[in-house]
Design a protein around this ligand. Structure first.
Ligand code: C2E
Ligand code: CA
Ligand code: CA
Ligand code: CA
Length: 279
């Protein structure tokens, strides 16, 4: 084989070609799925740590290609994020979420705020706020009921611009939540400057909360920080009673997790909500 000069980028392998091919195939199939209305939103309840009262929902995207097996969002979202496809998908998710909020309101249901995950490219897109504003005119029920979840990475990509954008979003009556809080960055100073309502504690902190004193101490610190900044807190990925008990001990207000409720398609969610109603 020919020798390649060190540091040169003329490097190529069949594996890389296959990888590119696979991503392209996935991206095309996803684009088609969006057109064919083959994507679906599931909803995971958010509950009060002390009383299991249902407080809100997180909308999570699902893709089940006909004749195939479901493809997890952790697999297809990063592919969509490589292009503007994530903006089209994100717009669809926002529209669906608002349509559901409006339908639930018309039916007299009150499932609380609905959180939607927003990717960086979508959030920082030139007319994101304009389109969000138009969407809320189409679905007025979404006002004061919709929350956007963004990760620290999204915000820190451009802090000044993010701050301006977040203020405009708040002015529309839309809530803001920092997803996977504490996983990416060591400084939380940026939080002071941003109009954020909520932080979500990543599952990696919750997983060993009942076994690792360090993890418990970190969560205690994050809860204290949230209290100072007057932010609400949702713990993610609660799977055991012990984890929930530890969160209660620490005074964490809200949680999501397989322990009580998985993400569900709408009909199942309706049945679940009906069961929760106090008898
Ligand atoms: P995320 O926003 O951090 O969502 C939490 C993930 O944890 C979800 O996975 C949820 O189903 C899962 N989960 C909830 N409770 C438990 C639990 O008790 N145990 C465990 N092991 N997992 C739990 P999912 O639905 O597969 O989504 C994965 C990621 O894909 C999300 O992470 C989010 O980053 C992204 N995603 C999902 N839907 C959307 C969307 O509509 N738009 C964008 N941009 N990203 C999305
Ligand atoms: Ca999320
Ligand atoms: Ca999360
Ligand atoms: Ca995550």
């Amino acid at each position: 084989a020919k020798r390649i000069a060190p540091g040169s980028h003329v490097f190529f392998s069949q594996e890389m070609a296959d990888e590119v091919q696979e991503r392209l195939g996935l991206s095309n199939a996803l684009q088609q799925a969006l057109k064919d209305q083959a994507l679906e939103l599931h909803f995971q309840p958010q509950l009060g740590v002390d009383d299991d009262r249902q407080l809100g929902l997180e909308a999570l995207l699902r893709w089940h290609p006909p004749g195939g097996s479901p493809i997890p969002p952790a697999h297809f979202i990063p592919v969509a994020e490589e292009t503007s496809l994530i903006c089209d998908i994100g717009d669809w998710v926002l529209q669906q979420a608002c349509a559901r909020i409006q339908a639930w309101q018309a039916a007299g249901l009150q499932p609380g705020r609905v959180s939607v995950n927003i990717s960086a490219r979508h959030f920082h897109g030139p007319d994101f706020v304009t389109r969000l504003s138009a969407l809320l005119q189409q679905y007025p029920a979404g006002r004061n009921r919709l929350t956007l979840e963004v990760t620290e990475g999204v915000i820190l990509e451009n802090l000044q611009e993010s701050r301006a954008r977040m203020s405009q979003i708040k002015a529309l009556g839309v809530g803001l939540s920092i997803d996977d809080f504490g996983t990416g960055y060591s400084s939380f100073a940026y939080l002071r400057e941003l109009p954020v309502d909520e932080i979500k504690l990543d599952r990696s902190f919750i997983q060993h909360i009942d076994k690792r004193p360090q993890d418990k101490a970190i969560i205690a610190c994050l809860l204290e920080l949230a209290a100072i900044l007057k932010l609400t807190v949702v713990a993610e990925g609660v799977e055991t009673e012990q984890q929930l008990a530890s969160l209660a001990e620490l005074g964490c207000p809200a949680y999501q997790g397989y322990l009580r409720a998985r993400p569900m398609p709408e009909p199942q969610l309706m049945a679940w909500l009906a069961e929760q109603a106090p008898s």
